[in-house]
Design a protein around this ligand. Sequence first.
Ligand code: SF4
Length: 349
Amino acid sequence: MGSLLTRLTKIFRGSPLYYERIEGVRFGIHQLDFLSLNLPPICNYHCDFCFIPRASENPTHHTEIHKNSLTMDEYTSLIRDARALGVCHIEISGEGEPDLPLFRPILTHIIRTATVLGIHTTVFVNGSWLDENLLHFLKDTDSSVAVSIKYTDPEKYNRSVGIRDAYRHVERNLETARLALGGYAELKGCHVYRLAINSTILKNNEEDNLRLRRYCEERDIFFHASTLIPRGKTEGATIDRARQDALSRELSMSSIITAASSRDSLGFPVCGTFYYGLGINYDGQVLFDAHADDSLGIIGNVREIGLTEAVRRQQALRDAFYHEGGISYCPLRDIRYPNFINQYGKETQ
Ligand code: SF4
């Protein structure tokens, strides 16, 4: 494993660390720095500890989703408004698989609109649909891609995503992605990557994570291993929190999550896209955090309240979370979170 010094010189383009270290950005000066856009909760995988409902198996749900989704024009206005508030980065990471062919027109529309406005985009994908067309588009728009992979053992991988032969496709697509987006740029003494593999620390993938890290080192791909968000089916899928944190630090080339700008306000680094950003669901519902589907309905819908009010409400809730004792860089990984969100959920009913 690399030394701390080695790790610090490797940065994922689009991470909060990239903006702070390479572009000299200090977050929190503008009203908003990050925007997270969730495309609909539909996925081709059936991961054994996914926390979204199995929407892909429910055709009624599909029709509802289609009816409620933000339109291209609404995305254009939203991204323009976000830019006016200061957003420099858009992340598309959930809740389903944003790279499904079904979503490709909307995905490319978001990225194209953002690029024209000078906003950089990162897409988190499962890797099963990455093809040359999309990869060239991502290259041309200078976007970043993080592929989520937790196992290098094909059998374990296929079993965990519930698809026979899935690993073979991802392995092949990853190689195509490496040819298009792999490598790094040398900027301010750091190696800056725009293709990453993002894993998770689980009970049964320590060896896989070591192999993934080696695979990335040998191919000039960025590697990050996250701790697990403890919810629903995921409880019990991993090891104790302190060991997860230690492994995440050891294995990851650097953090793709935390921003140091919050040291002044909170005294510790926090998740940049949460603390300095806003998550919007596919139907315009504003989220406490991009992955906090249990916060749906608490803040309001951006279609009705507008982006400025959405930011004001989310930041009031965010500040309440830390005022009431939140201590984690990520609220969803904080033991106080379930009580906090239940309490605010009830108050808004
Ligand atoms: S707050 Fe936690 S769950 Fe949300 S985006 Fe950040 S790291 Fe992920």
